[in-house]
Design a protein around this ligand. Structure first.
Ligand SMILES: [Zn+2]
Length: 435
């Protein structure tokens, strides 16, 4: 048990969700909600709520300020489409979308997802001990989810501990698809470099490659694997250049071949500096759990040249993950089951998706109004034939407090921590760096 499950809501507090009446008037859900800066629209504004149809606790994710401009509309529509597309136990998906108000009042979108109690960042910085079984079963699930995403042709582009949700049974789900996109097969097409939180950013992005592959996500997983072992951020730099320097301190100076897609300035920076020898054995000092098998797999993820980096599929075949797979499918998964004569295992431990996620819908989106109408229609279509649609109960005290938290421009989780009391101090920066 990582965290106890949340306590049930106080009976006298009205819940923020109500079943929508068939021809109800449109509830005003955005009154007084101040405009938020754009960056908040990507944060995980989750609230834990009760689904009035079955009494289950679920999470409500708010996508605010969707229709500010065409770029943000398209990005949110892509994320919404992905959340409805995903069907995998290690990838967060939409269970439901709240009934939108009349299109004239349609400003934000609320998505219902499974409720997860924690995330890997909170667990890593907590004093909770992490056994090698924990590390193996977490890493197994990250790679299992990533294999599925990559099979869908999707690059997540922001894999970090805070985007890996964990429930009290240690089931892990990848979340936050605000930066995700479909892979670009044409290597001459430029892709944005404004992706991935710096500590987890792959060297090819730091070196200004204009095209990259799903190998950037594997680099992030390698950094997280090391962080799970050492309980400290592997490459904790103050700037992108220092980030690159810390990587070459560990991996050594890359070959010219490994830097073939780098921009001129980045290549010159590497060649100007001293020639560095690799110092990979230092990975054995991360923790006593850094066994030969663990370090071997880690070194296959932390490869400078993205074309030589291991794939999620191949990483899952590494012997280090055998125990994680067994543990997951023996007592945590939903794909296998137990009968009186024993456990019946699925025929496919790490499923992929077919067909891939199709982003063709993005091609003809040309105006905010048009995208707004399409999203409005999309949400109504999702609800067809499903259960009674849900909408916000604006009279709920919980909803009012949610709006206040969002209005204060911080994620729900952070605010709750602050209200419960001071966070545990982080360990000093020096101690968190790789020796
Ligand atoms: Zn299973």
């Amino acid at each position: 048990m990582i965290h106890p499950p949340p306590s049930p809501p106080h009976p006298s507090v009205p819940d923020p969700l109500v079943a929508a009446r068939p021809s109800s008037t449109v509830p005003q859900i955005n009154g007084g909600d101040p405009d938020l800066p754009d960056h908040t629209s990507r944060s995980n504004l989750f609230e834990s709520v009760t689904d009035p149809r079955d009494g289950k606790r679920v999470a409500l994710k708010k996508m605010p300020n969707v229709f500010q401009n065409l770029v943000s509309c398209k990005r949110v529509f892509r994320e919404l489409k992905m959340l409805c597309f995903f069907k995998h136990d290690n990838v967060l998906s939409a269970l439901d979308i709240l009934q939108p108000p009349h299109i004239d009042y349609f400003e934000e979108i609320y998505v219902v997802t499974e409720l997860m109690q924690s995330d890997l960042h909170k667990i890593i910085v907590s004093p909770q001990p992490l056994s090698s079984d924990h590390v193996k079963v977490f890493l197994y699930q990250i790679l299992r989810g990533l294999k599925y995403l990559h099979s869908a042709g999707i690059l997540h582009r922001d894999i970090k501990p805070g985007n890996l949700l964990v429930n009290s049974n240690c089931v892990l789900k990848i979340c936050d698809f605000g930066l995700a996109r479909v892979e670009e097969p044409d290597e001459s097409r430029h892709m944005t470099q404004e992706v991935v939180t710096q500590y987890y950013r792959a060297p090819e992005i730091l070196m200004g490659s204009r095209h990259y592959s799903n190998a950037i996500d594997i680099w992030s997983v390698g950094c997280i694997f090391a962080e799970l072992l050492g309980r400290r951020i592997l490459f904790q730099a103050q700037s992108p250049i220092q980030q690159l320097d810390l990587i070459t301190d560990l991996l050594g100076t890359p070959s010219l071949e490994a830097m073939r897609t780098a921009c001129e300035g980045a290549r010159a920076h590497i060649l100007r500096g001293p020639h560095k020898q690799p110092s990979l054995p230092v990975l054995y000092t991360l923790s006593s759990q850094a066994t030969h098998e663990a370090v071997h797999l880690l070194c296959r993820m932390l490869v400078f040249d993205p074309s030589k980096r291991i794939s999620a599929k191949d990483a899952l075949a590494h012997p280090y993950l055998d125990e994680g797979r067994l543990r997951y499918h023996t007592c945590m998964c939903k794909c296998c089951y137990t009968t009186s004569s024993g456990r019946v295992y699925t025929g496919d431990f790490e499923p992929v998706t077919n067909p891939k996620f199709d982003d063709g819908f993005e091609k003809n989106l040309t105006s905010v109004r048009q995208v707004k109408e399409i999203i409005h229609q999309f949400i109504l279509e999702q609800q067809k034939g499903n259960r009674v649609p849900l909408c916000i109960n604006p009279q709920s005290a919980a909803f009012k407090s949610f709006i206040r938290l969002v209005g204060r421009n911080a994620s729900y989780g952070q605010q709750v921590d602050r209200e419960r009391g001071p966070k545990k101090p982080h360990r000093p920066r020096k101690e968190r760096q790789l020796a």
